[in-house]
Design a protein around this ligand. Structure first.
Ligand code: AHN
Ligand code: ZN
Length: 338
């Protein structure tokens, strides 16, 4: 073959290759096409991102006020800050002031803080935590410190921190549903091994006096001690008694999101917490996300009701596992896919 013919063949090859690049995509035959059925379902809502640094900062801020024991200056200062945060996140806020009598005879000047999103919407979910902290560290190893109030970073602070971050997200990402966030007061001033009714006075007050007459919702979720490293959220007996489907769906969702190490399927006995009274005294069915470690004396964290319940206990990854799961429950409920 002479070099002219070779050159010509080379040119043809280049042209063919270039042509192949520009050619139309293969025609799809009719019988290859997928059958697409038109769907009238509500489109899936995007689940916004929960910022764990933000939640952590909200816990830190509360702890910085000092113990949030009712009838103290720190309690009042923290209340004003909480209300201002909810307002800045676009919620409709109610401060429900009431007097509550503690088991010691003390009259507490107490306030439940209620932050409402889309107050006119008939379909609602309620989220709750307690914002007060315990007036004594009665489980502290150091007997000299058992009469002093505790920092309450996890017990009180963590649930509120997660709910504040959820409020911030709700303010920035419209949701087609109503959401109510209640911060109960005077949860933690009860008598150790004493009368059940000495606990959760704010939840008892709200159950008897809901912020809206005839108030209704789909269900409620209580967050209590949701911030410690390696927390174990079991399926708690009281929650399983009133709303087993909600618990099972939520725990399954958490597992699918990668949080199965936190949301475990083990079942534990019912505990006295805000949901206990809400479930008995109101028509809300409330579940409890609460840390139940497997191997402690009390059944709660080793730091529980001691002076060790400080920022060292708080873990950002745990805060996010809870906050991101609750956000998924909310936005999926709004489009009917929870
Ligand atoms: C019991 O003492 C069994 N429950 C109290 C509920 C509680 C206290 N949650 C946080 N602090
Ligand atoms: Zn407590």
């Amino acid at each position: 073959m002479n070099k002219h013919i070779l050159k010509a063949l080379g040119c043809i090859l280049v042209i063919l290759l270039l042509g192949a690049c520009k050619s139309d995509p293969p025609v799809v035959k009719d019988d290859d096409k997928k059958v697409v059925t038109p769907t009238k379902k509500k489109p899936h809502a995007k689940v916004p991102r929960f910022n764990r640094d933000s939640a952590y900062a909200y816990v830190e801020k509360q702890v910085a006020f000092g113990p949030r024991v009712p009838n103290t200056a720190a309690h009042t200062a923290c209340k004003n800050w909480l209300v201002s945060k909810f307002n800045s996140f676009g919620a409709e806020v109610i401060e429900d002031d009431f007097d509550a009598k503690g088991y010691t005879g003390t009259i507490y000047k107490a306030t439940n803080i209620i932050a409402q999103y889309n107050p006119g919407h008939a379909k609602r979910i309620l989220l709750a935590a307690h914002w007060d902290t315990r007036f004594i560290g009665d489980y502290d190893k150091d007997t000299a410190k058992q009469k002093d109030p505790i920092p309450g970073a996890d017990d009180g602070g963590s649930g509120v921190g997660v709910l504040l971050e959820i409020a911030r997200v709700l303010g920035e990402n419209n949701i087609d549903m109503g959401v109510d966030i209640i911060l109960f007061d005077v949860e933690d001033q009860g008598e150790g091994k004493g009368a059940e009714a000495s606990w959760c006075l704010g939840a008892q007050h709200w159950s008897k006096n809901p912020h809206v007459p005839g108030y209704r919702n789909e269900f409620g979720i209580l967050l209590d001690m949701v911030g410690s490293k390696g927390a174990r959220f079991t399926r708690e007996g009281g929650s399983m008694a009133v709303a087993p489907q909600v618990v099972n769906k939520m725990w399954k969702l958490a597992k699918n999101m990668g949080y199965g190490n936190y949301f475990v399927m083990d079942q534990t006995r019912e505990i006295i917490d805000d949901h206990y009274f809400v479930n008995r005294m109101s028509n809300t069915k409330m579940i409890d996300i609460i840390n139940r470690p497997a191997n402690t004396q009390t059944g709660f964290g080793h730091y529980w009701h001691t002076h060790d319940d400080d920022m060292d206990v708080i873990n950002k990854t745990t805060l996010r596992a809870v906050g991101q799961t609750v956000l998924a429950v909310l936005y999926r409920s709004s489009d009917g896919s929870f």
